[in-house]
Design a protein around this ligand. Structure first.
Ligand code: SAM
Length: 241
């Protein structure tokens, strides 16, 4: 079944932008509801894997309302969060202002994750949370992550995954097909925006292909951390020195 916010062609980015403009105000609340709060643990795991060291510069692509960027900045990285959605960035900046006294060296910029506005080899850490799946070309997004990463940098991708176990996959897809749009309807007045998750996941090859692409970019220590039996996944790799 097609989805109002999913387009396979030239309208992809425009529709994704419309989607996040529509849900920005309720995005954080619904994240908590649909994941039973677990996304907070998964994002913490990403921040731990990033192994922030003094003086590190971090870039969080598709930063949305800023969860990962805030986590990296709290650990001491000079962090940039990048997103193309103005309404999502406005929420991120509001959250940053509330925490101002605790966080230094964090900025949010508007930009396209497929054409990252930074020079080659700029960052020690490059992350993306629930972002690659939304790009017209997730491979292009990963190429950009690789391009702006310094030698030795950690590249980390968090996203919905595809469980290997068929029964678990069917149950989990049923959750995405039924409960998640219902939560979207009840708390945001928009079922379609949340039905988009399953639609986009069906077209996204998920953790195994991301690991394969990381290997083809010659990243070192490539690994997949499956969470909840592969329903969520973290892909990790290091740009060789
Ligand atoms: C599901 S949200 C994830 C937000 C945040 N990273 C998190 O984990 O909660 C996806 C974000 O990707 C952004 N996005 C999608 N396509 C993008 C692109 N081409 N360039 C920059 N941001 C993009 C959207 O605006 C949205 O804020």
């Amino acid at each position: 079944m097609s989805n109002a916010f999913y387009d396979i062609g030239d309208q992809r980015a425009a529709k994704v932008n419309d989607l996040f403009a529509a849900i920005a105000r309720r995005y954080d609340l619904i994240n908590d509801l649909q994941s039973f709060g677990l996304h907070r643990f998964w994002k913490r795991r990403v921040a731990v894997l990033a192994q922030v060291k003094p003086g590190d510069r971090a870039l969080d692509l598709c930063c949305g309302t800023g969860d990962l960027a805030l986590a990296l900045a709290k650990r001491g990285a000079a962090t940039t969060g990048l997103d193309f959605s103005q309404p999502m960035l406005e929420v991120a900046v509001r959250r940053q202002c509330q925490l101002m006294s605790q966080i230094a060296h964090l900025k949010f910029v508007q930009g396209d994750a497929q054409q990252v506005p930074f020079p080659d080899c700029s960052f020690d850490i490059v992350t993306v949370g629930y972002g690659l799946r939304n790009l017209k070309s997730w491979e292009r997004g990963l190429d950009e992550m690789h391009r702006v990463a310094k030698p030795g940098a950690r590249l980390i991708v968090l996203d919905f995954g595809k469980p290997a176990n068929a029964l678990w996959r069917a149950l989990y897809f049923t959750h995405l097909r039924c409960s998640v749009p219902l939560i979207g309807l009840l708390f945001c007045g928009n079922a379609s925006a949340y039905a988009y998750i399953l639609e986009s996941l069906k077209h996204y090859p998920a953790q195994l292909a991301v690991a394969e692409k990381m290997r083809s970019l010659k990243l070192a220590n490539v690994r997949v951390v499956n969470l909840l039996g592969g329903a969520m996944a973290i892909n990790y790799g290091e740009k060789p020195n």
